[in-house]
Write a new protein. Structure first.
Length: 177
């Protein structure tokens, strides 16, 4: 297994995938990583919808003007939702679960990318939200808020790992700002 800092350095947003499906055992590991993620007071407000249907993924690719098109070429999408009435930390809990999925994907030899859904419109001049579109496509109940979709697949592009010496160390403050 890769050490954590190397895993974090290697993980990059991947938007191009091969047609190879993600194996069920790898999907299971991604979901285990999501379900093990920390949540405020361990209330676990999140829910996950695993989508492998190409037509649904292609329709979901239209949930945003920019930033969602990679879903049409992705063999797997994981929609992360939450019940806001369960916990006031639901947005953070979903973000942590998403990061666990992103890191687990890299560890499994897969590529992945976050697609923002919460508080986004389908088109810049549209009145339909990305949430409304995804909700209607996947029959997601109204009481759940949709935070994001993670596209996942085998990489069909290479991105250089992050360079340690180019990290923004000036944004780190010790003791006082």
């Amino acid at each position: 297994m890769t050490d954590f800092l190397e895993l974090a350095r290697q993980r990059r947003s991947i938007r191009k995938y091969t047609e190879q499906p993600v194996e069920p055992e790898k999907i299971e590991k991604l979901m285990q990583a999501a379900l093990m993620s920390p949540a405020g007071k361990r209330l676990n407000p999140w829910e996950f919808v695993v989508v492998t249907d190409h037509d649904k993924l292609t329709e979901m690719a239209g949930c945003r003007t920019y930033g969602s098109s990679m879903l049409s070429g992705s063999p797997l999408g994981i929609v992360i939702c939450a019940d806001a009435s369960v916990s006031d930390t639901w947005k953070f809990d979903c973000a942590i679960a998403a990061e666990n999925i992103l890191l687990a994907a890299e560890d499994l030899g897969l590529g992945a990318c976050w697609v923002q859904v919460l508080d986004r419109m389908v088109k810049d001049d549209s009145e339909e939200t990305a949430e409304q579109l995804v909700r209607s496509l996947l029959n997601i109940p109204e009481h759940l808020s949709i935070v994001c979709i993670i596209s996942v697949g085998y990489k069909n592009e290479e991105r250089k790992p992050r360079e340690i010496d180019k990290l923004q160390y000036e944004k780190v403050h010790y003791g006082l700002y």
